[in-house]
Design a protein around this ligand. Structure first.
Ligand code: FEO
Length: 400
């Protein structure tokens, strides 16, 4: 059964909701699923904007066939060549051989890498920044968005209706459940923002500067609707999602707040973390978030590291190094260029504590990271209570 919805009389959403996939990119858990968005403009010419993941192919092709209703497909515009969006390119070209594929030169290079499909010169239309394509009433212009989040990425701007087809930008984890537009769901709810941030920080987080560059270009366009490749379409309160992307891409904390990331082998480090958080609360620190890194997916920790201003690490020494889950978190933070944080360290080691020194070296190698208080050393279950009080005071003071 086809499942489509009109954005406008002549623009249709053909995307597919995926509640089956457990791991996006075979790494990120999907508690609320994900959508693969695709759009069709039907004017004097018809233009399909991106396809979907191959797992959603049957539904997508049924949607396309239904909406075209026998019309010819003139253009396939490829904004992003990652396989969760481009997997059906060869199938589309086989079904509609008169089509022209419209994209950047880099995209065509990637098409030849991903597919055995050999496009003829007539089937290719290479575009660059500012080029325009008229479909009749709709005039499309192309905005290059390299590294948001692959190098070939472009946005397509429909000048006629003020619609920005924004590739991965402004995407969100989670299905829409029929409520295609963000204003039809509680987009200000915590779970939505958490999924939006988890998507941004883990997928695009490394490329803040490139996101800033494209936001500056987008500011010059009159945008009335944003159509990303994942999650809902934005037709109201665009400043909400644009504002979040602006903040995240500047690596500014959303909340002046503290998150605690700890690992604990036998519960002693956890016990000290509990003593610290109680002291912080007594000093007026609210909404403390505490995560056992052994039990929490690292994508959630990354998202939280983008959200908060302060991070407390509780780390045991393991094989004379960091506990593997903590090491993995730190390396992921570095890869995604987490920066501008205040941090505190509690280390544990029974005979040769080393975690604190190792953590500090890693954190100080990241941009604009500042330690609050002194590293508190726990030996097994023993530590200096006055030093814990002093650390709690320093963190609470720093949050004021
Ligand atoms: Fe949703 Fe970068 O692909």
């Amino acid at each position: 059964m086809y499942a489509v919805r009109n954005l406008k009389d002549d623009i249709t959403y053909l995307g597919v909701e995926d509640r089956r996939l457990h791991l996006f990119e075979n790494i990120f858990p999907l508690d609320r699923g994900v959508t693969y968005n695709s759009y069709l403009i039907q004017d004097e010419k018809t233009a399909l904007l991106d396809t979907v993941d191959h797992t959603a192919g049957k539904q997508f092709l049924e949607n396309l066939e239904h909406v075209l209703c026998g019309r010819k497909l003139d253009y396939l515009i490829v904004n992003h060549m990652e396989p969760d969006h481009c997997a059906l390119i060869d199938e589309i070209v086989l079904r509609y051989p008169e089509i022209q594929v419209v994209s950047t030169a880099k995209t065509f290079q990637m098409i030849s890498q991903f597919f055995t499909l050999a496009l003829t010169e007539e089937q290719k239309l290479v575009v660059k920044e500012g080029d325009e394509l008229s479909l009749g009433k709709h005039v499309l212009s192309f905005v290059m968005a390299p590294m948001v989040h692959w190098p070939e990425v472009m946005f397509t701007y429909d000048k006629t209706d003020g619609i920005l087809f924004s590739a991965d930008a402004f995407g969100v984890f989670g299905t829409n459940n029929g409520n295609l537009f963000a204003d039809e769901m509680n987009y200000k709810a915590k779970d939505f923002t958490d999924d939006a941030r988890r998507y941004y920080s883990n997928i695009v987080g490394k490329y803040g500067m490139q996101v800033q560059n494209v936001l500056k270009k987008a500011c010059k366009l009159e945008i009335r609707m944003i159509c990303p490749l994942h999650g809902p379409v934005w037709r109201e309160d665009l400043d909400f999602i644009v504002g979040l992307y602006d903040k995240w891409s500047k690596y500014e904390a959303e909340d002046k707040a503290v998150a605690v990331f700890y690992n604990s082998v036998y519960g002693n480090t956890e016990s000290v973390i509990n003593a610290l958080t109680l002291r912080l609360a007594e000093k007026g620190v609210k909404n403390i978030a505490v995560y056992d890194v052994s039990k929490t997916d690292v994508s959630v920790l990354i998202s939280e590291s983008f959200r908060v201003s302060h991070i407390v690490f509780g780390a045991t020494t393991y094989n004379n190094g960091l506990f593997p889950k903590m090491e993995n978190l730190i390396q992921d933070m570095k890869a995604l260029t987490v920066q501008n944080k205040k941090y505190a360290i509690i280390e544990n080691g029974t005979w040769a504590p080393a975690a604190g020194k190792l953590l500090k070296a890693e954190l100080d190698s990241m941009k604009n990271m500042e330690q609050v208080g002194e590293t508190l050393t726990v030996k097994s279950a023993t530590f200096n209570l006055e030093a814990l009080d002093a650390l709690a005071c320093a963190i609470a003071e720093s949050l004021k």
